[in-house]
Write a protein that binds this ligand. Structure first.
Ligand SMILES: Nc1ncnc2c1ncn2[C@@H]1O[C@H](COP(=O)(O)OP(=O)(O)OP(=O)(O)O)[C@@H](O)[C@H]1O
Ligand SMILES: [Mg+2]
Length: 498
């Protein structure tokens, strides 16, 4: 259960403290108040708060000094300065000392709620980034260049680590862009062969003769133009590893020769008679269904089983979406450095979009999206406008399916229930800010406010901070009220802000 965000109000005026308490309490915050800077700092030292509202003109110590003390206690705690004397000098002094924002008295309620909401989002982001940085350095969240801490990826790391030391052939399967080549390199790197060559074969659409001459070399005069003898990739890879990227492209004739190298550990050059001994570890990758190719007679069954001794399946990115924030962070660091930009971050909305998308091109597609955003982004915070259109296609409003029970249902109750839940969901999406929710629903704020009162809706805040980037769809899913018109409206009315 995520508890309500907690705010500490430090203000010497009783009326202001009461106003904050009432306003923020009804907006779903857990509010504590302190009259003096000293009391405020004591409360901070005892408990944990998510955000502080700090008056500049306190009676005991100056608000700016309190701000400095807070910074020493917790460098990441957002502090919003509040003052009647909202002078430029004050604002500059406060932001210099690390205030998150500055609000002048009197303030608009909506303005305050928005600033608070942003401060909380900011805190969540800073915390998440710190956690991601730590995770990126930890062994459980990466293997060499392969990034991911999901249970599926950890199984992959485990398999790679166990398979690496042997000479056994490994088949790596997975959709395009899932990191098959990275896995092959990791297998090589963690083997005793790591100081020898890792040779990659892209069989592409090479005609069998050319492919075989590349792989095994040829003797002088093997074919027209073979003026000199030539060594092949298997010679190069001796005592090392050879990686067949897309083994499904290897023609049937060549497949037979590969089988021979695997079984006999020797080969013959094109046009040659002599067998050449070789000690090579074979790693193969594919994104096609080799079993089906086998059934269609396009892939040799004996080779398939020789390759399949150990098989590593790389999961598509859509099946391990909890890795998206970590990958994003990794690519932001990588392309940030490459493009000589400072520390970069994605806004929470942009990250939500990336987490919702299905990534048919897997990690490669995600990497390209981040690289593009890093290059094009003018500032250090990368927002939704930097995400390509096809990725940020807005999720649609989903109308529930109505199933009318045999005994019938009260039309009025269903409509009331529907209205109530639509308002609740929209308030969530608007971070509890009624004005914004009214805009989203294309109604007047006063109309929305009337309905909120009529239906006795107690706004809840959008809390997507679950430590791994959040799940926007889950966060905006409304609770089913106890008096729900059961049977008529299915529980989820999903309405997303984007
Ligand atoms: N888990 C990962 N962590 C970090 N980068 C990754 C990961 N998976 C893939 N990549 C990156 O995505 C790109 C594609 O990876 P790779 O070439 O290994 O994929 P592949 O499965 O071989 O794809 P294809 O079948 O299209 O050849 C590379 O730039 C790689 O660095
Ligand atoms: Mg590849």
């Amino acid at each position: 259960m995520s508890s309500a965000p907690s705010v500490l109000v430090i203000d010497d005026e009783e009326i202001i403290r009461e106003t904050f308490e009432a306003l923020l309490g009804s907006a779903g915050y857990d509010v504590r108040v302190a009259e003096t800077g000293r009391d405020g700092l004591d409360l901070l030292a005892q408990g944990s708060f998510d955000v502080v509202l700090l008056d500049i003109g306190l009676t005991d110590i100056s608000g700016l000094d309190v701000l400095e003390d807070i910074r020493r206690l917790d460098d990441e705690l957002p502090v919003i300065m509040v003052t009647a004397k909202s002078t430029i000098e004050n604002a500059i002094a406060a932001t210099r000392r690390g205030a998150f924002h500055f609000i002048g008295k009197p303030f608009q309620n909506d303005e305050l709620l928005i600033v608070l909401h942003n401060a909380l989002e900011r805190r969540r982001l800073v915390k998440e980034n710190r956690e991601l940085r730590t995770r990126l350095r930890s062994d459980s969240h990466r293997l060499d260049e392969i990034i991911g801490g999901s249970s599926k990826m950890r199984e992959v790391y485990d398999l790679i680590s166990r398979a690496a030391p042997s000479r056994t052939t490994v088949l790596i399967q997975g959709e395009s862009g899932t990191g098959k080549e990275l896995a092959a390199r990791a297998l090589h790197r963690h083997s005793a062969r790591s100081d020898r060559a890792f040779v990659t074969v892209n069989s592409g659409n090479l005609p069998p003769d050319l492919l075989e001459s590349n792989l095994f070399g040829h003797v002088k005069g093997a074919f027209t133009g073979a003026v000199y003898p030539k060594k092949g990739m298997f010679d190069l890879a001796d005592k090392g590893s050879i990686f067949f990227d897309e083994i499904g492209n290897v023609p049937l004739e060549t497949q037979a020769k590969l089988l021979r190298v695997i079984q006999e550990r020797d080969f013959m050059r094109l046009g040659g008679m002599e067998t050449i001994k070789v000690d090579v570890r074979i790693i193969a990758a594919t994104n096609v269904d080799l079993r089906q190719m086998m059934e269609e007679g396009k892939f040799r069954e004996d080779l398939f089983y020789r390759l399949h001794v150990i098989s590593i399946q790389l999961p598509p990115l859509r099946d391990r979406k909890d890795d998206v924030p970590l990958l994003v962070h990794h690519f932001l660091e990588k392309y940030g450095e490459e493009n000589k930009k400072g520390p970069l971050e994605l806004t929470p909305d942009a990250l939500d979009l990336l987490t919702e998308y299905d990534w048919p091109g897997n990690v490669r597609e995600l990497e390209n999206v981040i690289e593009r955003a890093v290059v094009l982004s003018p500032g250090n915070a990368i927002g939704v406008e930097m995400i390509p259109d096809h990725v940020r296609k807005a999720p649609n409003f989903q109308m529930p399916q109505f199933i009318v029970p045999p005994e019938g249902i009260s039309f009025k109750d269903v409509i009331t229930d529907f209205e109530k839940r639509l308002i609740e969901s929209t308030l969530e999406a608007a971070g509890g800010v009624q004005k914004r929710a009214a805009e989203l629903l294309h109604i007047k704020p006063t109309t929305l406010n009337e309905m909120i009162k009529r239906y006795e809706i107690r706004p809840r805040r959008k809390r997507s901070g679950n430590g791994n980037g959040g799940d926007a769809a889950a966060a905006v899913e409304p609770q089913v009220p106890a008096e729900s018109a059961a049977g008529a409206v299915p529980p989820a009315v999903v309405f997303d802000e984007k």
